[in-house]
Design a protein around this ligand. Structure first.
Ligand code: AMP
Ligand code: MG
Length: 326
């Protein structure tokens, strides 16, 4: 079976093509970037519309397939920005209708976890899902992907992007902050907010904003990284201890960060827990993870009527009906 998956929750429009064994045959995408300033949802949605045609052609070319070879269409049904989700949903419905093949709406966060499991071989991890809009510590328990810890305000990637914007670094800020941090050498005390297993970034964001131009960007970025990644690592360790799992999976775009990876790895090594990072090409938002999740859910028996494919911008990880884990 071959599934074509469409991702459009936020800044990235992606078309992935995956087979039943999890082979990624294509993973075409376009991510909106800016020199300065952040991204506007309407502009992102407009970019998705503009790139759709080009991306679908390039995905089919990479996979050496024609539309007629596709057996299943899947798309990100939520969570995400309404304007952006709608572009993917319309594209998916029209493709499935035209080809007369099944259509499945996917929870974007769950797709991040499942592609990570598929590619790393982990089977029952505590997942650190650190992306632009979402930051959650998730594990499977009681027939659901439970959220053990999560941000109480903004996602860690958006937090880093905001700091980048205040510093005039452009979007996305995360990679630029990582680069600046590597030459910082002074730790500046910043608010460290972990509540139980949840965490919060907005107080920290305000504090850093006040310190811009008073401290060097290098030292600020260094201190930001040390603080927020320690917060995530503490919550992850607490979740591990609480539910007694022995694997950790790091995924989401912020998973590309070497300092975050090193901190989590050290904590896992100390506890004798296996640690894996989702391969970079599949850890940021992409269509292949949506396609793979389409295969996983279709194979486990999920079917949807057209009327059930309405987007849901606030669809939570722990609301997803899990039919594919025994
Ligand atoms: P996603 O929403 O999963 O596609 O992830 C996008 C987010 O990842 C953006 O907020 C980026 O700033 C962030 N990001 C990408 N690379 C890095 C990096 N090396 N360090 C920190 N954040 C990063
Ligand atoms: Mg994501």
């Amino acid at each position: 079976m071959i599934c074509l998956g469409i991702e459009s929750t936020a800044h990235t429009f992606g078309i992935g093509i995956v087979d039943s064994e999890g082979n990624v045959l294509a993973n075409a995408r376009h991510t909106l970037e800016t020199e300065t300033g952040g991204i506007h949802p309407i502009k992102a949605a407009q970019a998705h519309i503009l790139y759709y045609d080009m991306l679908i052609k390039s995905a089919l070319k990479d996979a050496k397939l024609k539309l007629e070879n596709i057996d299943l269409i899947s798309f990100s049904q939520g969570p995400g920005l309404g304007q952006c989700l709608r572009v993917g949903a319309v594209a998916a419905r029209s493709l499935a209708g035209m080809l007369n093949i099944p259509l499945i709406g996917i929870n974007h966060c769950v797709a991040h976890i499942e592609i990570g499991k598929q590619k790393t071989g982990l089977t029952d991890p505590v997942t650190v899902y650190a992306s632009g809009a979402n930051t959650q510590i998730i594990a499977y328990a009681g027939e659901k992907y439970r959220v053990f810890g999560e941000t109480l305000d903004i996602g860690i990637g958006n937090f880093l992007d905001n700091i980048g914007r205040y510093m005039g670094l452009g979007f996305p800020g995360g990679p630029k902050i990582e680069k600046l941090a590597s030459t910082g050498n002074k730790y500046i005390e910043l608010p460290y907010t972990v509540k139980g297993m949840d965490f919060s970034f907005s107080g920290l964001q305000n504090k850093v904003r006040q310190l811009i131009n008073k401290e060097s960007n290098e030292n600020l970025c260094y201190s930001v990284q040390e603080t927020v990644f320690a917060m995530l690592t503490e919550s992850t360790e607490r979740a591990l201890a609480h539910i007694g799992k022995n694997e950790v999976l790091l995924t989401g775009g912020v998973g590309a960060n070497r300092r975050l990876t090193a901190m989590l790895k050290q904590m896992c090594d100390d506890r004798g827990v296996k640690f894996e990072v989702c391969p970079r090409s599949l850890s940021g938002d992409n269509g292949a993870m949506i396609a793979w999740q389409g295969i996983v859910e279709f194979t486990s028996g999920k079917r949807q009527e057209l009327i059930e494919t309405e987007i849901d911008g606030k669809w939570r990880t722990d609301q997803v009906n899990i039919t594919w884990i025994n």
